[in-house]
Each structure stands twice: as C-alpha cells, then as structure tokens.
Design a protein around this ligand. Structure first.
Ligand SMILES: *Cc1c(COP(=O)(O)O)cnc(C)c1O
Length: 378
C-alpha cells in the first residue's frame, strides 16, 4: 500500500472557506443579488452566444473590451484595470505579488476570511488589528502596527464584510500617507455604500481598489471582479495571475452587464429599502441586537445563534450565514438583503423562533430544544 506524503505544513492551520452550499427555499447567506440577470441582458447574451463567441479559442487574457469599459467609467486608462475570476482571484494575486515568506499582511478582523486564508497559504505573516466592540477600526492601533511592523499589504474591507461597517475616509487617507505598503480597499459592496476611494488614486500610487460583479450585478455564478490600481501594480500582478482565468463567456456577460448597469439601479434601491426593513424588523424582535450596515447584508446577534440558524433552515427553509464561531462574532448571524418576499419570510420566521424561545425560557426549557417547544406551545 502506497502512502501519501503530507502537503505543505502551512495547510495544517488553514480551514477551507466553507460556503455551506445547502439547499433552501430562501437563500440569504452569500450577499448575492436575489434576482437573476434581467431579461434584456439575457436576450443580448443569447445573441452573443450564437453569434460571435469562439468557444474553441482561448480567451483574451486581459479582457480588453471589458477592461476598457471599466476604465472609461472610472476616468482611468485600461492599464489601471485588472479583471479577475471574481474578486477572490485578484485578492490571491495581490498576496502572491506583495506577500510571501518573510512578508506581512495586516487585516482587521472580524472581516472577510479570504485575506487571511490567502496569506497563510502563501506563507505570508498575518498581523490582525482587531476591530473595536462596535466593529469600527482601531485607528491608533492600526497606525502603531504600521509604524512598528512595516507591513507589505494592508487590507480594508469597506464596507466590511460581515459587519457592514465603513472606515472613515480620513483614516484611510492617513493610512495611505503613513505607508508605502500596498493598501487594498475592498469595495465589493460599493454599489450599495456608494462611497469609494477612487478620488485618491492619483495622489496615492499604493492604493488598490477591488470591486466585483457578484453582489449588485447578479453575476456571482460567472466569477468576475476587477481592481483599479496604478499601472505599475497592474503590471506586476500580470506576472502572478493565471493568464486565462476569465473565460470568454464571462467576459461577454460582464461587458454587457457593465454597459447596461443602469438597469440595476432599481434593484439597488429596492435592496436599500429592504435593508431598512430588515434593520427595523430585527430590532423590533426582543432578544435580537442588530448592527447598522452600509451594504446589502445585516449582521445581528442573538443568544444561541447556532440553534436559531438551524431553526431558520430546518423549520423555515431560510438559509443565513452563521458566524457564531468566528472570534469577535460570538452569537452573530448575517442575513443578506433579499427580495420583498424573502425578507418577509425571514422576519416572520425570526418572529416565530424568538417567540418560541421566550416561551421555552418561560417554561424553564433548555434553549437547545426551542424548535420542538415552540411547536408544543402553539
Ligand atoms: C463577495 C466579496 C468579494 C469578492 O467576491 P467574488 O465573488 O470573488 O468577486 C470580495 N471581498 C468581499 C469583502 C466580498 O464580500
């Protein structure tokens, strides 16, 4: 019997990103757009598929057409834009380019887990600057770390996934002034927050902005993201990236979507209305603490969050994201802003679950049995 030698020792300390691809009627776990591409874009895409996509040929490595559209929209040159297989690929490219053994990445947990995963995978040291209790960034501590540890990459998710928090622009400007490290401002939720560091690119060549088609633009299934950066940064990243990572179909769909992006405005406004409904609805439920958000998701805290997560899924077929085992997010769940119907179903389910918990508490039942007790109490 042949044995398998172990992989790189770094992998021992890495947990795979667990997207929990669980079946549910109401999927509010991944911050996707609740609606598929609008019909007019689907029709045009169908024409393109029949007409002029050469599936037998390798794709344009640099997504030139899409890149040009993105550059124009942002008042930049195509050389300032890099398109990737989702924003996730571009985060890895940055860590491959600017990280590595002996180099340092700073992030601000609780935050998007891929920064730390990519860093550990590449042997990059990770320094965590923990957020304060309200999930704001500890600016003083961040500046101390920058001075004392001289990091190579600093990553700020803005708004921060999964807390929904924005970093004040003044802090980001101070940070850019204080370091020559590559500062990645992850604006995956820019279309919802409508705040961007783009105006600071000319002055700060170490500023890199990341965006995605996966959230506001209904293309999570196709994998497309882009970054805006100084051309020197883009040039270096092309050395580490996979040349054909963005396929022809994705390039065509993302270009069509980007050109027609005004049609998503109504959906974005609907999402903002529904975010407010979620914030109000959740804060009206006894036992739920809800955090303000600038994105298309809402983080909330509730006792026995994992049991609530399970009740939502098993009794109501509503899937949200369980962060209760993430340090700093004890008893926290994150719900994506879905459609009107989805929000209604989620809030109704939460109402019922929490009423059941209160009844269970009243009768001195254990919280882990809430699901059953609620039914008995009806
Ligand atoms: C969703 C997300 C991304 C990128 O997602 P892709 O689907 O890979 O484009 C990047 N950063 C944050 C914080 C996100 O939430």
């Amino acid at each position: 019997m042949k044995k398998l030698r172990p992989p790189r020792p770094e992998l021992e300390n890495i947990a795979a990103y667990d997207a929990k691809d669980v079946r549910a009627d109401v999927r509010l776990s991944a911050n996707e757009n609740p609606h598929n591409l609008p019909g007019e874009i689907l029709d045009k895409l169908a024409d393109r598929v029949r007409g002029d996509i050469d599936f037998n040929r390798y794709p344009d490595p640099m997504s030139t057409h899409l890149r040009t559209l993105i550059a124009e929209a942002n008042g930049l040159e195509p050389s300032n834009v890099l398109v990737g297989n989702g924003g996730d690929e571009l985060i890895l490219d940055i860590v491959l380019g600017w990280g590595g053994p002996g180099r340092v990445l700073v992030d601000m947990p609780p935050t998007f887990s891929m920064y730390g995963i990519d860093a550990r995978m590449t042997g990059t040291n990770v320094i965590e600057v923990p957020r304060l209790a309200d999930f704001s960034v500890d600016g003083e501590l961040l500046m101390d770390v920058v001075r004392e540890r001289d990091p190579d990459i600093i990553v700020v998710s803005n708004p921060n996934n999964p807390t929904g928090t924005m970093v004040p622009e003044t802090l980001l400007i101070d940070l850019l002034k204080a370091t020559d490290a590559l500062v990645l401002v992850d604006e995956a939720y820019f279309e919802f927050s409508r705040q961007t560091m783009r105006p600071h690119m000319e002055r700060h060549h170490n500023l890199v902005i990341l965006r995605t088609f996966s959230k506001a633009f209904s293309l999570a299934g196709l994998r497309a993201g882009y970054l805006l950066a100084h051309e020197d940064v883009v040039r270096e990243l092309t050395k580490v990236r996979q040349p054909y990572s963005v396929n022809r179909f994705t390039q065509a769909a993302a270009a069509l979507t980007f050109r027609e992006r005004m049609v998503f405005e109504a959906g974005i406004r609907e999402a903002m209305r529904n975010r407010d409904r979620l914030l109000h609805g959740l804060s009206a439920i006894t036992g739920v603490e809800v955090f303000p958000s600038e994105a298309n998701f809402v983080l909330f805290r509730v006792a026995h969050a994992s049991a609530v997560w399970r009740d939502l899924l098993h009794d109501h077929s509503v899937l949200v994201r369980d962060f209760s085992r993430t340090p700093g997010l004890e008893d926290c769940l994150r719900v994506t802003v879905g459609s009107d119907e989805e929000i209604e179903r989620f809030l109704k389910a939460m109402d019922e679950i929490m009423a059941g918990k209160r009844a269970a508490d009243h009768f001195g039942m254990s919280a882990s049995a809430t699901g059953r007790v609620r039914k008995a109490g009806e």
